[in-house]
Design a protein around this ligand. Sequence first.
Ligand code: ARG
Length: 470
Amino acid sequence: MAKLWGGRFSKNTNELVDAFNASISFDKRLYHEDIRGSMAHARMLAQCGIISKKDAQAIVKGLQGILKDIEAGKFDFATDLEDIHMNIEARLTERIGAAGARLHTARSRNDQVALDMHMYVKREVVEIAELLLKFEQALLTVAGAHTKTLMPGYTHLQRAQPITFCHHLLAYFNMLQRDFRRLLSAWDGADMMPLGAGAIAGTTFPIDRFQVAKELNFTVVYPNSMDAVSDRDYILDFLNFAATLMMHLSRFSEEMCLWSSTEFGFIELDDAFATGSSMMPQKKNPDIAELVRGKTGRVYGHLLAMLTTLKGLPLTYNKDLQEDKEGLFDAIDTVKFSLAVYADMLTTMTVNVDRMAAAVHQDFSNATDLADYLVRKGLPFRQAHEVVGKSVAYAIKKHKFLVDMTLAEYKKFSPLFDKDLLTALDPEHCVAARISYGGPAFAENKKQLASGKKILAAQAKSLAQLQEQI
Ligand code: ARG
């Protein structure tokens, strides 16, 4: 097919060059944005008297037909037409003749692709925000069902202090809340309208960029044409969001793998969310958690690749910028899949409350509470730490836990120990007493759950606002 830019060339492009240069295999997913953007551009050109109203109508109608064909799978994407922009424009001119050939007035593919990508990111941000909310909701639901489920909290993967499963899940809820904020900041970066920047230096035609922005629901118009065609910050913002979210999911995945092991036995995944082994009949594997953990590296890679692509680029458009797509698309697909599958995996898993409780009763995670007990009796914390440390060493030697030691044994380490020490050692009491703001006390967790619900409601409201602006 003849190239839309073929005028100054006297030879056909080498086949390998066509194949290497083409982006149609992946940028065809921008067809909807490309068509919507072109319609807005055509209407604006007519409004400003740059093309006739009749031409604009023919363009819009022709584009509607192309949209239908693409959605019906009847559009043949051609590699030698390079990208989605030229595929659609060439087909339009084929259909409607000269009017189609006027569409590209006062426009370059440089600002066109930028427009498509901004619109696409905005649409995907909304879909991802919906999934993120659903996942946060799932976390809150499971957390709410486990305000009294005791488990050991870990530092260095060693049992540290008693907490509740609710508290543990709420930690992830807090991370995701920050992810939501980061997602909104990617939206802000994408909510800027680049069309009208032309190839680099605007246009000699009397266009109205603000009309296009209004029709396409953009809040801001890029105030500098060179920035408009070369800015990819909003993609970096999105990839930064995606990488951080995946990091959070990956940490959670690591815990899901640990918890579902026989050694921990804290949870059991629903059969629908686990997989088996082709050789070992007994196996039930947490493949989904492992895959989310594994895919995290790929998403990190996309962030780094984009940063690297951009670092040496002189202003303004360079073909390197075509490399902004595959990584972004893959990150979007990965994040969406991970969030969707994770929410359901979470709500369907069985929490082995007894295993968690047993773990917290048969260990030394109540040692800090015993030291705090002595502090309340007047001993400075450093000395209390020493006394309890010695008691722990003694208990280990005698193959006992702290609750199993007699008062007489305790008295050998400090005269301050009394009968009431058993209450101090009870894990339920240990948790209930951790009333500091942000701590795992039952009452405190209830407050955190309530504020979590409010946060979710506020997020749903901002999501509804975004939905209006895509
Ligand atoms: N396919 C190109 C991209 O994704 C579109 C812009 C091409 N512009 C150009 N001057 N070659 O970046």
